[in-house]
Every structure is written in C-alpha cells, then in structure tokens.
Design a protein around this ligand. Structure first.
Ligand SMILES: Cc1cc2nc3c(=O)[nH]c(=O)nc-3n(C[C@H](O)[C@H](O)[C@H](O)COP(=O)(O)O)c2cc1C
Length: 337
C-alpha cells in the first residue's frame, strides 16, 4: 500500500505532491483535484499578481479540504509579497522554487507556515534543513522547468536521504506507480510529479499546451538557457529553435519580473503565450519523460492508475522474492539429500 506523507502538520493520505508550475499551469483547479484524491496540491504563485494568488488560494479552499501549498520562484521580484500573501492566507506550506534565503524561514515562523526547499545536492539539502525546512524536494535533471543539476534523480537521491533527517521528496521523471515505488525504495518519503498532471482535464493550461505533450517525441526534450541564469527543460518548438540558433530574442517590453535577468528573451511573456495556446512562440516547460504520457485524463483516473501500477509492481517483486526463496530451499533440500 502507498504510505502516508507526513511533514510539519501535514498528514497526506498519499505521498504524491503535484509540483508547482508557473505561469498559471498549476492553479486552484488542479491543486484541489489532487488534494481531493488524497495527494497534495500546489498553486504556482509565480507570474500572478498578489490579488490573483489570493483569489486562487481562496478558490482552492472552496474546492477542497485537502492539503494545498504555494510555490514561488525565488528569482522573481515579487517573491516576498507573494510568499507573505500565501502565508497570510494560511496555506499548508510554501515551496521556495529554484533557490531560497534565510528570510523565507523567518516569515514561516512569523506566520506559522512550514517551508519546503528545493535542492539538487546534499550540500543545499543540508543547508535547507539547518535553516529550518520542514522537508526538501530533490529535483533531478529529468524535471521540467528550471534545473539545478545535470544528474539523475536516482543518482542524487540516496546521498541526500543519508545526509538529512527531514522528509525527502523525489522529483523529476516520476511518471508511473513503478517510479513511485523505486523512489520510496531509495529512501524518499514521497514524490513530486508535475508533467503527468499537465495532461489532466483539471489543468488550466490550453488544450494546445497539453497536446504538445502528447504529440512530441522523446528527442524533443531540450534544454534552454533561461534568463533566470539556469538551464530550463522544455519541449522543442519554434522558440527553442530560435534560441538555439540566435541565443537571444529582443525583449520589446520589460516588466522587471526577475530580480536578476539576463534579458536573453522575455520568459514571462514566453510562458504566458504558451499557456494561452501559442505553443510555437511560447515556452512549454516539460519534464524529460513527458513522452511517456499518452492521454489526457481526469486527476481521479491518474491517481487510480498510479495506485494500481504501484500495487502491481510490489506484487511482482513479492512473487519474484517468493520464487527466489522457493528456489533456494529446493536447492538446499536437494543438496542435503
Ligand atoms: C510546466 C512546468 C512549469 C514548472 N514551473 C515550476 C515553478 O514555477 N516552480 C518550481 O519550483 N518548479 C516548477 N516546475 C518543476 C515542477 O514543479 C517539478 O518539480 C518537476 O517538473 C518534476 O518533474 P516531472 O515534470 O518530470 O514530474 C515546472 C515544471 C513544469 C513541467
């Protein structure tokens, strides 16, 4: 059976967190659907105004009594306002995306809201624990969006599990119940999945955004240099090809959304365009294994599939183990005759 996921006051029935996805890919509708299945939903605050985030949190509360968190990218200018707004709204926890500083832990104490940090190395995970993180999300290179490592989740996970005593959540490339089982076997307390939930009925990204996931091939998973100063994993399209050839796309209007921006292109506009349906000129973030998803399903069905795949994998391994034990005892019996 899938275990419960516990951290701070959170006692989720299933150890599955839906990852935060900017801009307006992970909204109240998706987060609440995940929370209603016993998982944990996350609203991405990045790219929203303070009032829009407030409205999304309140909407999620109307749609579910389950656990809801908010993810904000550390790189955005409005980081403090968005995080403090979510904390005032008493979300269950906050995730500081792609980086963190001491401030967020102080605000967490002020509002009594637990903070989760993202990490891609044991050093950063240890630092997050020392600063007061309630749990750490370890993201491997398979993850969609901004990346902090070029190593696989299954390469970095065991070391981080050994190094910290807070719950460790595995993220990047977790697509099936078998992947969940493998992450738990490697010591994770839960998983964070994002791409799988893009292809859900409840995700509010445009149909074209979701269809690009279904219609692209494995070789279309590409890395771009984000203006944030980190690589970002996306699906190959006209925009990523332009960036590959020209490196930059002139920015016509700058809203100053990032604390530090390389101005190589406008990521806010690119993410907004994609989510609204311009999937050639926009930026479509997706995890490396998006091609393993082949249908858009209601969140309820995605959960049913994940649970049944997990059970099947466990049953299969149990039968293999029993077969192994039976073979050894047969051998021993034969040898002792
Ligand atoms: C469309 C999209 C947008 C994302 N935006 C964010 C974000 O705003 N903040 C963040 O911390 N991670 C973001 N991520 C990363 C996810 O939350 C998650 O950790 C990662 O994608 C997990 O890998 P998977 O997609 O293979 O399941 C994004 C991922 C995707 C696919």
């Amino acid at each position: 059976m899938l275990p419960q996921l516990n951290f701070a006051h959170v006692r989720a029935r299933l150890p599955i967190i839906q990852g935060g996805m900017a801009v307006r890919v992970a909204t109240a509708n998706l987060a609440a659907a995940v929370a209603n299945e016993g998982g944990i939903g996350i609203i991405a605050g990045t790219g929203m105004s303070v009032s829009a985030l407030q409205a999304e949190i309140r909407k999620a509360r109307e749609l579910t009594t389950g656990y809801i968190g908010v993810n904000v990218l550390f790189a955005v200018t409005q980081f403090a306002q968005l995080v403090r707004t979510a904390m005032k709204e008493k979300v269950d926890f906050i995730v500081s995306g792609a980086g963190f500083s001491r401030d967020i832990f102080a605000w967490g104490k002020e509002f009594n809201v637990p903070v989760m940090a993202m990490a891609s190395s044991a050093r950063v995970a240890r630092l997050a624990e020392k600063m007061g993180a309630a749990a750490v999300v370890v993201e491997g290179k398979e993850a969609g969006g901004h990346l902090g490592t070029d190593k696989s989740i299954f390469e970095i996970l065991p070391e981080i599990v050994r190094e910290v005593s807070i719950p460790v959540i595995a993220a990047g490339g977790i697509m099936s119940g078998e992947d969940i089982a493998r992450a738990l076997d490697a010591g994770a307390s839960g998983v964070q999945m994002a791409s799988r939930f893009v292809a859900s009925e409840e995700c509010e990204a445009s149909q074209k955004f979701k269809e690009l996931y279904l219609n692209s091939k494995s070789e279309d998973s590409v890395l771009i240099e984000s203006p944030v100063g980190l690589p970002g994993r996306a699906i190959r399209n006209h925009l990523t090809e332009l960036l590959r050839v020209n490196k930059t796309i002139p920015v016509k209007e700058c809203k100053g959304c990032l604390k530090h921006c390389t101005h190589s292109f406008c990521i806010l506009k690119a993410l907004e365009s994609a989510v609204e349906g311009d999937v050639e000129n926009g930026l479509v973030f997706a995890g490396e294994f998006f091609h393993r998803i082949n249908e858009i399903l209601p969140v309820k069905k995605i959960f049913a599939q994940l649970i049944s795949e997990f059970e099947q994998y466990r049953q299969l391994n149990l039968s293999k183990l029993n077969y192994g034990i039976a073979s050894i005892s047969q051998y021993n019996n034969a040898a002792s005759k």
